[in-house]
Design a protein. Sequence first.
Length: 350
Amino acid sequence: MDGNPRTAGSLMEPKRVLAMQTGGWLGDMVLLSPALKALREQWPEAEIALMVRPLVAEFMSHHPCVDHLLVYDKRGADRGWRALNRWARAISGSDIAIVWHPTSIRSAFLPWLAGIPVRVGSRFNGRGILLTHSCANRTNIHEVERYLQVLEAIQVSPNHAELYYWHGASEQAFVEDWLERQGVDRSVPLVAVHLGTTWETKRWPAERFTEVVNTIVNRKSCQVVLVGSSDGHEHGNTFRERVAVPYIDGVGRLDLLQFGALMEHCATLLTCDSGPMHIAAAVGIPVVGLFGPTSPQRHRPYGEGHTVLRHEISCGPCYRRVCPHAHECMTQIGVGEVVEAITTKLPMRV
């Protein structure tokens, strides 16, 4: 720290803002976008550094509201006290630390150790003693609002609490060319189908996705593009073995920003609770979201025009990654109700 201690007065016009979400997945980063934009609008001249986990570092390196990206590998290279002290020295020049990880004690401890004068976050499990400004840790609101309520503790609020996505002209041009090469008929609605998700417990059976695609292509005069990463290859292989209609295979063909550009051409996206669900919502595409172990109240596609399908069962939402009940919450979702939900998103044909 410098010789002149900074005070809470630096909150008015900070030069360096540190934002921290060191536990977020892809979807969390998209849901963070309104809060990041609120910071940029509040302090347009400040340098905003964002500290994230390695998993989302490349993705967030393109975010328009972030000046510097700090990659904190807390489960790998940055484990232990030595690394914690090294990071404390690295961030000690910040005027404000925004702790957006809702529950991590370490995320609140690090800016305290660094001596950052203004430290903002939720007071989960007693960590409020490490913060100068805090709010309750509410789990009954959407994650977008949960991030924004942290900023409310320092009287920062967005002009518009809306999702947005940061793909641009180069991604749009790439997707235009890719769709042409795939032979997509622009006069026929395009439905995107995303099979995968990071948790096995959030997955819907691949054979049911196949039944839905067979039905909507045969009966509803639409095209289907399969999207996502190649990580869930077993799920994708099951789909490919059983599908009986033509479809476009985009799995592993597009990066995340190109995926956002592709969504602009789609009538809807069918997906489980996943990062691509939030990207589609951010682009403004209506989503059919299949929910089981997680709460739609917190994680539904944000905004208007989306459909969430979920069946209430006694053990949910449980947030478990291993299910002791044969995935009952997901298997109760039927093919017919999914087909009906997709149909309502397709344009009327005359």
